[in-house]
Write a protein that binds this ligand. Structure first.
Ligand SMILES: C[S@@+](CC[C@H](N)C(=O)[O-])C[C@H]1O[C@@H](n2cnc3c(N)ncnc32)[C@H](O)[C@@H]1O
Length: 250
């Protein structure tokens, strides 16, 4: 199993380029319609990035709890939120064994189901953790959509370059019981099968754009998007994040 505690730097870097805050606020206020205090639980919270997005815009009196298997990331999260101990809490736990002790208005996960061999089981646990009428939200990537969203201004750039690589990787990881590169796009159907109602689907509107002069940002882009460093002298870089956001009511 991948130890995300060792990839804290990658997590922090990619999270700085994952959401437009205004789009997240639009989801909270206009789509999920969170207009009174809520109890939120975040499955596989990492260092608490989603809490950073939620806290400034959810009604006062709301609480957030993050669960993660990585002790290192939970320690990091506790440091980041040390001034918010009344409304924010974190716990080290394996989602497979975790038994929630309360019911939540909002049960969310981001980029977690993609890495698990049993995403349906964990989604079921998320649904069981939500109150009646509560919201279950999954924001998960779909690797082929992500790949399609990359453009690099170079004569060497061929948009289908990664397709064979992705196909091989997808087959290998599915066969070995590993992560599912397509989970994001499948989730609304899985949610319906598991009995969720009022299912909605969105695509994150973040597009990462890097100008050719900004060498630090170029190396950040190549590493964040897992792009070959042969493109480091290219003229410009664009990638749509393509996270699929699926949500439904219990
Ligand atoms: C790609 S990271 C996403 C972290 C966070 N949701 C975010 O978007 O910044 C995946 C997270 O899932 C956590 N995770 C993986 N398997 C887990 C499990 N069985 N129980 C709890 N957390 C798990 C990892 O430790 C890691 O923090």
């Amino acid at each position: 199993m991948r130890d995300w505690g060792k990839e804290s730097e990658y997590l922090h870097s990619t999270r700085r380029h994952l959401w437009n805050n205004d789009y997240f606020e639009f989801l909270v206020k206009c789509v999920w319609k969170i207009d009174k205090p809520v109890k939120i639980i975040d499955f596989g919270c990492g260092y608490g990035y989603l809490a950073q997005l939620f806290l400034p815009i959810i009604p006062k009196g709301s609480t957030y709890k993050g669960i993660d298997i990585s002790e290192q990331l939970i320690e990091n999260a506790k440091e980041i939120f040390c001034d918010n101990s009344e409304s924010v809490s974190f716990e080290v736990a394996d989602l497979n064994d975790y038994k929630p002790t309360a019911e939540y208005d909002v049960v969310i996960c981001q980029a977690v189901l993609r890495h698990l061999p049993n995403p349906v089981q964990i989604l079921k646990k998320m649904i069981d953790t939500a109150k009646d009428g509560g919201l279950v939200i999954c924001t998960e990537p779909s690797r082929r959509l992500e790949n399609a969203g990359v453009y690099i201004d170079s004569t060497d750039f061929y948009p289908f370059k990664n397709d064979d690589y992705l196909e091989q990787k997808w087959i290998k990881e599915i066969k070995s019981g590993g992560r599912d590169y397509q989970i994001g796009i499948k989730l609304p159907i899985v949610m319906e099968r598991l009995g969720l109602k009022n299912i909605g689907v969105r695509i994150n509107d973040y597009v990462d754009y890097v100008r050719s002069e900004d060498k630090d940002e170029i190396s950040r882009f190549l590493s964040d998007h897992d792009v070959d460093s042969e493109f480091s002298d290219s003229n410009g870089f664009v990638a749509a994040r393509c996270h699929v956001i699926s949500y439904g009511n219990k």
